[in-house]
Write a protein that binds this ligand. Sequence first.
Ligand code: F6P
Length: 548
Amino acid sequence: MDRNAVAAAFAALEAHRVEIASHRVTELFTADPGRFEAFTARLDDLVYDYSKNRLTKATLGHLFDLARAAGVERRRSALFAGEKVNATEGRPALHMALRNFSGKPVLVDGADVMPDVLAERRKVAAFAIKVRDGDIRGARGDIFTDIVNIGIGGSDLGPAMATRALSPYGRPELKTHFVSNVDGADVADVLGGLDPARTLVIVSSKTFTTQETMTNAASARAWVASALGEAAVGDHFAAVSTRLDKVAAFGVKPDRVFGFWDWVGGRYSLWSAIGLSLTIAIGPENFEEFLRGGFDVDEHFQHTPLAQNIPVLMALIGVWHRNIWGFAAQAVIPYDQRLLRFAAYLQQLDMESNGKSVLRDGTPTPRATGPIVFGEPGTNSQHAFFQLLHQGTEVTPVDFLIAAQPTDADEHHHVLLVANCLAQSEALMRGRSEREVREILKAQGLSAARIDELAPHKVFSGDRPSSTLLYRALTPRALGRIVALYEHKVFVQSAIWDINPFDQWGVELGKELCGRLGPLVAEAGADLKGLDGSTAGLISTRNALLAT
Ligand code: F6P
């Protein structure tokens, strides 16, 4: 990366912002009837519309200069070539190998990983088919009706998000549940409604050391053993991990252990055997379609010029908003109830990747990095936090996601859903001026005094940025595309900010302190010396509450 060239590109963008700040997006549409076509990019039936953001061809020119100065294309080549792009952990980041349908090898340390990837995928598929067909059953011969995935972070969010998103591809007689929180209420609430004789538990953990997962797995193991006997445990558990040694110690049968590799980051692991619960839910053929969606985007990302490259455009527009306009957050609003967990999934992908304050060489970042990501499906979010998006003092760019057609829902509902989605992005862009407000209130017959009183409250500034991803339907392939688009978006932004998106040291300190505090919380009367006043005070107060 040429830091001087990057600084110059950022400076050019700053100057350009001043030039276009006085133009409203609605004026840009009036001036250019072809704006929608000019500011959309396509991948098959998926359309990325970014025309409602305050930007012009000149803006894009400056953003592409920035991408080139930051060496985005070189970083992309390094990623796909299997270079150790995750330098602090000394690993490549090759989740793309898990969805590689090119027939070409993918090398890690000179060895092709594809034979192992395909063998593991076949093993997962065979197991999933047997569970779905009732050929693999519980210890008493019962067909499994419930699958419980125990995992957290990437070992939970991806499968949970995708299983919900693709629920129409599942079978009503086979339900999937997810347990993640160390809060015992989570495992108790899920297992409480299930019959152990008909339940298969999948313990999913890359490291097989994560406190939450190991604690929940032990509770689930005790639940099975107490109901069916210790000997039944092997028939009711499967595991997914990179640490096969640790899985063996837990007592899972070897033919129910599925592996992946340390070059798959936790938040990118949905494409691996971590997708076992999803594969059982939707079937291996649909899971392969999901993988193919990811592969579509890998091809698009690698071979499409920057100007039509959707993840590159998503990333650059994000940088334009984050660094040049100073917008701190990014909302993601799927108009799809089945994408209920998409924002949570994306929070880990984006914030665990790009929530960094040092460059790859360890020096402080000169500018802001990853935004705060949040969201909820529309239309529910319209009735929760959209007030702030429309009239709050913070401007928050929004990504809208919407399918052209419902998967198996009512057409009339879907027309209303689409209309709501488009109405929100239109309202954010157009706003409503005080003059318009006054005219409307006057037409309603309000007195001049009442108009003076109400008008300021009914003004919308407009020019609030949003982009829309429109796709035919939320099929497995479409979901694979959407997930991979965001993965590569996050990667491109990390390249521009020159940070490592594949490590997550920020989660370690809390884990370490929890290890130290656990015994102090457990033991009433423990010596709290050395703790800060607040932490010690809260432990003592809790002890006092427990004692009364
Ligand atoms: O939260 C930190 C983290 O390491 C994530 O990156 C990861 O997805 C999650 O914990 C779960 O880790 P594991 O799969 O090893 O249990």
